[in-house]
Write a protein that binds this ligand. Sequence first.
Ligand code: JFZ
Length: 440
Amino acid sequence: MELNYGASRQQPRQDAAMQRFREHRFGQFVHWGLYAMPAGYWQGTEYRFAAEFLQKTANIPEPEWAELAQQFSAEAFDADAWAALAARSGVKYATFTTKHHDGFCLWPSQYTDFHSGNTPAARDFIGELVAAYQRHGIDVYLYYSVLDWHHPDWRYRLESAEDQQAFKRYLDFAMNQLVELAQRYPSVKGFWFDGTWDESVKANGRWTWEVEQRLKELIPGLIVSSRLRADDLGARHRDSNGSLMGDYESGYERRLPDPWDRSVCEQDWEACMTIPQASWGYHAGPWAKRTRKSAAELIDMIAHCTSLSGNFLLNFGPRGDGSIDPEDAALAEQIGNWLAQNGAAIYGKGVATNWSYPGWGYYTQEADSETVYAVVTKWPTARRLRLQLPAGERLLAATLLREPALQLNPQELETSLFELELGNSSEETLVFELTTAAAE
Ligand code: JFZ
């Protein structure tokens, strides 16, 4: 089918910017805005739903919500502290909400008054974060919600000529803001789009195509998530011919490819994940605390994504005053400590070609390398790890990444089936580096 606004290529990008993104494997998502202040509560009631949706779940009239801007002083906000923690957690890139569904902007936009410059804080948070994270060697991506509950011209559907005109004005406004972001922060590496699922946006595939083109003109090498795009017929993520739009699939939302299936690797992809069960913005209630994921669970997810050549974007919701919840900070440190010892199995690695899914964890591999990593996230109760080598390969050495000096003697059971003794039980996720060669 001829499409004007479908996919712009059939194969994954191979340029240096895309290669860099592909090697990151672990990134930090940050959802921060006015919603971090009420943190899931309104007039004493806890709302057990995503904190960034409170305006809707608690039925708060929009003008009342907008008044929260007058309390936004963010006295504990310290961009350098966020960036230093992110660096210690081992992330290589970070994606910040510039504007979420409530329409509040974390930079002083010239196209609306509803921004962080017009708050007691009177700051350009995006500018501070971009500078701080880059100082710590972390690439920056910007999240932008097209859906906007504040703007009078936003429409969910286009049912009248008036709707059409209003929504046209809205799309101009959003394009202006996006160009403004690209011009103010030209060092960012990409844009992560959201809030594009409504009929009004799906009827404007051309606009989504224009946004992608325009931003890429302004920032060469820019990377754009598939969630931006709709085609001529309103198909999303994938066009009506089945080809991926944007540069990578961003539809893995609080879920990973399951069952494990290597066909996922045919395109670039990223999964995003919350620490609690379902809130992106900071939620102060017991509801969110109860469902927190542990470092071990999140490390499993990082390895899971890497083993299928995808990236893992872990969300943090800083508190309303700009500080980071100490429990979140501790979790970031735990993951970072693990990555400091075992990152060789993650960064720049991807699917282990020819190695089958082992059940006790994941294999990862650097493309075309003889070295494979075995990340053991689910300990076999029998304390023995069986390695099934691909046909035609033999094992030369196995070392524990955390303690390379420790000599492991793999037991050969039969051709290409090996066993590693794991020794004493450990709560930790161990990684074995396996060196293989072609069998003579
Ligand atoms: C969206 C937002 O509504 C949410 O607040 C957060 O910003 C998240 C990252 O993105 O939520 C979604 C979007 C898409 C799906 C589910 C939740 N989806 O495709 O299933």
